[in-house]
Design a protein around this ligand. Sequence first.
Ligand SMILES: [Cu+2]
Length: 225
Amino acid sequence: MRQIRMSLVMLVVGLAAAVLVPASARPQSTSNELTGAVGPGFTISLRDANGNLVSHLAHGAYHITVQNLSDPATGVVHNFHLTGPGGVDLATTADPGTTTFDVTLVDGTYRYQCDFHPLQMHKTFTVGIGAPPPIVTKLTGRVAGNSITLKKGTAIVKSLRRGQYSIVVNDASAKDNFHLKGPGVSKKTSVPKRGKTTWTLTLRAGKYTYFSDAHHKLKRAFSVR
Ligand SMILES: [Cu+2]
């Protein structure tokens, strides 16, 4: 009995703590980050962490950062208003600036609009079971001779959107390896061994470098936004 009472007390304390933690202090998952934007023209958008316009999402908890880019000097103001199932009804004011929302999206269709121009400025997206898997972008890494490269298609990678990547690494050298290092990532092949391997990684915002541990001059970098 005493034990039950103790765990009840713990539960209540835990719940109170959960409620009191401000949104900004909670750990945020990159994949659950959405970015809304409205203005300065008659545009409105909601994008995922990869910068894609949201058309379909898995149900769950999301953190939405809305930029109201209205320019009051033009005499035209906008806001961002999201409505949909689960009692979701979140709106920014017409004031320029950033507003963040924590929201739980359930199955169904959501609509976001500018309340000042609802006919011109609105979009919808669906949330539900059978959500497509996250977009995984394929890259190819290669180290051979005096060259080390990371390519998307045929182009050397210079900057990427944050998100999930599948990197096929071809270590064709017995003297060098392919070592990728950056926020949340340190993956490498073997220096003496040759071989092909595939890494599935989440790249976060920041600077990444890839190089050979045997010859540090064999090195390139790219940025992730
Ligand atoms: Cu508007």
